[in-house]
Design a protein around this ligand. Structure first.
Ligand SMILES: [Zn+2]
Length: 400
C-alpha cells in the first residue's frame, strides 16, 4: 500500500505494511518503519545496525466499523557513534501508551460531540481509556489558563454536589472563560490564583463579587487598584429575602381579613412591578396586601427605590440616591430593613463601583448552569482535576 494512503487512513508516514489480517471483525495491520529513516534515538546518528526486534500493538483508528490495531515491528538499533542500543522513536504514537496519535485525535474530536460513555461504546474501548486521552489533551491545553489579557473578573461560589461541595470560580468577564477553579468558598480557595495572576502580569481593572466577606476582602486586598463592584443581583436577592422574612413575620401577627390578604403574596411582592400579571389580578392583590400592612408597604417601596440606584446617569447622582435611600430605610423603623441598610452601607464604595465598571457576577449564573449540565451528562465525575479541566474547556464548547 502506498505511503500516502497509509498517511490518509492511519495518520502517519515512514512505515510500510507487511501484511494485514481480519479475524472475528478485528483488523490487525502489520507495519515496519522504513529502514532509511531509522536513526539513533539517543544521538540522532543514522549509523545504526539492527540488533533484534520487538513488537508493539497499538489501537488505531477503525477501518470502517472494524476495530483496528497496528502491530509494529520495532527494530532495536545499535548505534556505531554513541555505542548505545535503543529502539527508534515512533512517530505514530507517544511513549508508553497503547494507542496511536491518530486514535487520540479521533477520541478528542468525538468527545467534543458526544459523551465519554458514547465515545467509548462506539469505539469499543473502556471509558477509562477515553477519559485518560481526553484528560491529557485538556491538561495540555487548559491546565494553566492564560491570564495575561484578563481585565475584568467575577468571583463567586458554586455548589458541585455532595462529593465536591463548594468551589470558587473566577470568570474572565470579557472572554466568558473560567480562568480558575478553587476548592472551597473561603479566602483560601483563591490562594493559588493570586500568585498566578501576578506572574501573568495581567492588569485587572475591575472585579465583581457578592457580599461574602472572604471574596470582598480578598478582592480589595489583592487588587487594590481595581474597582470592586458589588453584584447588584446579590444585593436585590438579599433585600428580597429581608422582604419575605418581614412578610412572614407580619403574617404571624396578623388576624382575620388582614392575614388573608397577606397569604400567598410572596411572589407578587418579589416581582418587579412591571412584571405583574394583569390576568391574574396581581396588581389588585398587591395593592390590597400593601394596604393591609404599613411595614410591608414601606419595605416594598424601599425595594423599588433600591433598584433605581443602578439606573442613574452618573456616580454623583447615584451617590445622592444611595444616601437618600439609606435615610429612608433608617427612618422606616423596621428592624429587618435597618439592619439590611446598615450592612449595605458598609459596602458603599463597592456599590458605587458599578459606576466605574458596570459589571456583575451575572454571567457566572450561566456558567453555573453549564457546569450542572456537564455533571448530569457525565456519570462519575469522581476526579476533581478532570472536572476542573472540563470547566476550563467549557467555553470552547466541548461536550461533557
Ligand atoms: Zn547514537
Amino acid at each position: 500500500m502506498s505511503t500516502s494512503i497509509l498517511y490518509n487512513i492511519f495518520g502517519f508516514r515512514g512505515y510500510h505494511i507487511t501484511r494485514a489480517t481480519r479475524k472475528s471483525g478485528r483488523i490487525v495491520v502489520y507495519i515496519e518503519p522504513r529502514r532509511k529513516q531509522l536513526c539513533c534515538s539517543s544521538c540522532g546518528s543514522c549509523h545504526v545496525s539492527t540488533a533484534g526486534f520487538v513488537e508493539r500493538r497499538l489501537r488505531s483508528v477503525p477501518v470502517g466499523q472494524c476495530p483496528t490495531w497496528l502491530a509494529i515491528t520495532i527494530p532495536r538499533l545499535l548505534c556505531s557513534d554513541c555505542g548505545l542500543t535503543r529502539q527508534p522513536r515512533l512517530k505514530v504514537a507517544a511513549a508508553r501508551v497503547c494507542y496511536t496519535r491518530a486514535f487520540a485525535r479521533l477520541v478528542i474530536d468525538l468527545a467534543s460531540h458526544m459523551t465519554l460513555c458514547a465515545v467509548a461504546k462506539w469505539l469499543g474501548v473502556g471509558w477509562d481509556l477515553v477519559k485518560s486521552i481526553v484528560k491529557s489533551h485538556l491538561r495540555r491545553k487548559f491546565a494553566r489558563p492564560r491570564l495575561k489579557d484578563v481585565r475584568r473578573i467575577a468571583i463567586d461560589e458554586i455548589h458541585l454536589g455532595r462529593r465536591f461541595k463548594f468551589c470558587t470560580i473566577v470568570l474572565d468577564l470579557d472572554s466568558g472563560a473560567v480562568v480558575y477553579v478553587g476548592e472551597g468558598r473561603n479566602a483560601a480557595a483563591l490562594d493559588a490564583f493570586w500568585p498566578r495572576l501576578q506572574a501573568s502580569g495581567a492588569r485587572i481593572v475591575a472585579v465583581a463579587t457578592d457580599m461574602a466577606k472572604a471574596y470582598v476582602s480578598a478582592a480589595r486586598h489583592r487588587l487594590p487598584k481595581a474597582a470592586h463592584v458589588l453584584d447588584r443581583f446579590h444585593v436585590i436577592k438579599l433585600f428580597n429575602q429581608t422582604l419575605d422574612e418581614l412578610r412572614r413575620a407580619e403574617i404571624r401577627h396578623a388576624r382575620g381579613e388582614r392575614r388573608k390578604l397577606l397569604l400567598g403574596t410572596k411572589w407578587i411582592l418579589l416581582k418587579r412591578a412591571k412584571n405583574l400579571d394583569h390576568d391574574r389580578n396581581e396588581h389588585e392583590r398587591l395593592r390590597l396586601a400593601l394596604q393591609a400592612n404599613l411595614n410591608l408597604m414601606k419595605a416594598y417601596y424601599l425595594g423599588e427605590e433600591l433598584n433605581q440606584f443602578w439606573m442613574q446617569p452618573s456616580k454623583e447622582i447615584a451617590e445622592m440616591v444611595l444616601n437618600d435611600w439609606y435615610a429612608l430605610a433608617m427612618a422606616s423603623g423596621i428592624g429587618r430593613v435597618t439592619r439590611f441598610a446598615k450592612k449595605l452601607m458598609s459596602f458603599r464604595e463597592s456599590l458605587l463601583g458599578w459606576y466605574d465598571e458596570a459589571i456583575s457576577t451575572g454571567p457566572l449564573e450561566s456558567v453555573n448552569g453549564r457546569i450542572r449540565l456537564l455533571q448530569r451528562r457525565a456519570y462519575g465525575y469522581r476526579d476533581r482535576e478532570f472536572l476542573a479541566l472540563r470547566i476550563y474547556a467549557m467555553h470552547e464548547s466541548i461536550y461533557a
